[in-house]
Design a protein around this ligand. Structure first.
Ligand SMILES: [Zn+2]
Length: 345
């Protein structure tokens, strides 16, 4: 039997939601992961340090007894975010990043930033105090094709911002294109990227071939095969600038399976099994730990987790639930469309 032991992984991009959904999903992350960067796009969003303190308390209360899990809080950047509040949040050890959503880019992002000039005072303060900016790297202008949003964001938002404020540390979250990978690799400093589990496994055919498959729809949307291969090469390379951010994003089935379905793929349940499969396929199992457990903490200025987890490869496929039940309703679990043999022991 094959097995591999890793430092306990962290998830550098996670949606836990709130209320009954939070209670229904958090155990799927805290079972395997030590920490996670928690996305602030609630309704209403987490915009101040006080909001983040209150949200953190609700998360901690929902952690299943016995699990040791630390939520790393973020703030939702608005045109009115106070630089002093952000600095106090960082100094208190609570706030680990601020998140930029271009207005309208994804679920609950209508409050995002329209005019970057208005966000400059807070971004300048973040550069000064060394607090990373997490970006959802897509433009939302209607004339840009949805498959080109990331490349256009790099050219029209990210590159100008990095020129204007080179000291600002930026995490390009859920990179989905060769363009994004190349841009990160070409950077000299202060830029890194997270990659999701599902973008390593699916391309856009998963959503569109043989009928529309809403459970593979997420934002940024999966792209062509060549982009998926570029993401795999980056993730499995060991390059310190790439790390796991699952973007696991639960929605109840009725909100996915309808005429205007929500974006989001729920991967918390089987992420480690999927990743072990991907890394083994690419002869890179020895670099899985860097991607899931080492590169992320180094980027965010934290030590790797002390604890370890062991993955074992079973002869028979491991069975995962197709759906989970939450107090809000049923959530469909990501189906990688191949049998999974790796299991967290
Ligand atoms: Zn997300």
């Amino acid at each position: 039997m094959k097995s591999i032991t890793l430092r306990r992984p962290d998830d550098w991009h996670l949606h836990l939601r709130d209320g009954a959904m939070l209670e229904g999903v958090i155990g799927d992350t805290s079972r395997h992961f030590g920490r996670a960067i928690i996305m602030p796009n609630l309704v209403p969003p987490v915009v101040t340090t006080a909001d983040a303190i209150a949200y953190r308390e609700r998360i901690v209360k929902a952690i299943p007894p016995g699990d040791r899990f630390e939520p790393l809080m973020t703030l939702y950047l608005t045109e009115h975010t106070s630089p002093d509040d952000v600095e106090e949040g960082k100094n208190s050890g609570l706030i680990h990043a601020v998140k930029l959503y271009p207005a309208g880019a994804t679920t609950n992002s209508h409050g995002g930033v329209r005019d970057m000039d208005k966000a400059m005072p807070v971004l300048e303060r973040m550069a000064k105090i060394g607090l990373p900016l997490c970006v959802h790297g897509e433009v939302t202008t209607p004339e840009v094709d949805i498959f080109d949003r990331e490349a256009v964001f790099i050219e029209t938002v990210l590159e100008p911002l990095r020129k204007r404020l080179p000291e600002l540390k930026i995490t390009m979250e859920h990179v989905t294109t060769q363009d994004g990978v190349d841009y990160i690799k070409a950077s000299k400093a202060n830029l890194a990227g997270s990659i999701t589990t599902h973008h390593l496994i699916i391309n856009r055919n998963a959503i569109l071939v043989g009928g529309i498959k809403p459970h593979y729809y997420c934002l940024p949307v999966a792209k062509r095969e060549e982009h998926r291969l570029a993401l795999r090469a980056a993730a499995t390379s060991g390059d310190k600038r790439f790390f796991l951010g699952t973007d696991s994003a639960p929605h109840v089935d009725p909100l996915k399976e309808c005429a205007c379905g929500c974006a989001g793929v729920y991967t918390s349940v089987n992420t480690m099994s999927c990743l072990a499969h991907v890394f083994e396929q690419d002869n890179a199992l020895d670099r899985l730990e860097a991607f899931t457990s080492l590169n992320g903490p180094a980027w965010y200025g934290l030590a790797p987790n002390e604890e370890t987890i062991t993955l074992v490869k079973r002869d028979e496929p491991v069975s995962f639930p197709a759906k989970i039940e939450t107090g809000d309703g049923t959530v469909t679990v990501f189906d990688p469309m191949f049998p999974l043999h790796w299991d967290v022991a």
